[in-house]
Design a protein around this ligand. Structure first.
Ligand SMILES: O=C[C@H](O)COP(=O)(O)O
Length: 214
């Protein structure tokens, strides 16, 4: 299972969480990675933790003030990027452009979507993975894998129908090892989570709990 921890803009110490991600990753068969804010990517990557960007824009080098270019996050040490997170939604053409920009920079891609229909559209763009996240459950602590199992199974089927090479992650409310196991039982190959680790009093303990059954 792939466990991707998005730090969003939570006021946690990104380096401390990254060190926990690195250490937990070394002791589990799961793949554990962290997506800090863009300005923290370099410091986080220097810990040795697998580091992802939270977003890249569909742009090339040039006059794009305030945008995030894929090559820069790759230069800073990211090996992958989220695209179209529920809190950073884009039009389909821009999602397509961002996937192409990321691939140009040799970044892995996870395109997020709200529901199975959008997952099918996202899978058609050729990312490495898609992540289904019902917005109403994000940040609630109510795990999608247990509260809305149908959306996960339907997302897996939607992606499979379009491109069986595209992995499916699920996210929203995931915070325990049981939630991750439930996601795997529904066909997901990974989970995308944030508050369960970023807001935990002890992020390392939270991570250890997440991967303990894997
Ligand atoms: O990127 C992570 C997702 O939006 C899930 O957030 P959450 O784990 O706080 O519900």
């Amino acid at each position: 299972m792939f466990v991707l921890v998005n730090l969003k803009t939570y006021p946690c110490d990104p380096v401390a969480v990254a060190e926990a991600v690195r250490d937990v990753n070394e002791d589990t068969d799961a793949r554990v990675a962290v997506a800090p804010q863009a300005t923290h990517i370099e410091r986080v990557a220097e810990t040795g933790a697998e580091t992802w960007a939270q977003h890249v824009d569909p742009i090339e080098h040039g006059s794009n003030t305030g945008h995030t270019i894929a090559e820069s996050v790759a230069d800073a040490g990211a090996i992958g990027t989220l695209i179209n997170h529920s809190e950073q939604r884009r039009k389909l053409a821009d999602i397509d452009g961002a996937v192409q920009a990321a691939q140009r920079a040799d970044l892995e891609t996870v395109v997020c979507a709200n529901n199975p229909a959008q997952i099918g559209a996202a899978a058609a763009l050729g990312p490495d993975a898609v992540a289904v996240e019902p917005p109403a459950l994000i940040g609630t602590g109510t795990p999608v894998s247990q509260a809305d199992p149908d959306i996960v199974e339907d997302a897996v089927e939607a992606a499979e129908n379009v491109d069986s090479d595209v992995s499916v992650l699920c996210g929203a409310g995931i915070s325990t090892g049981d939630d991750v196991v439930a996601a795997g039982d529904l066909g997901a190959e990974g989970v995308l989570l944030a508050s369960g680790v970023a807001k935990a009093d002890d992020p390392q303990a939270a991570l250890e709990d997440l991967v303990e059954p894997l």
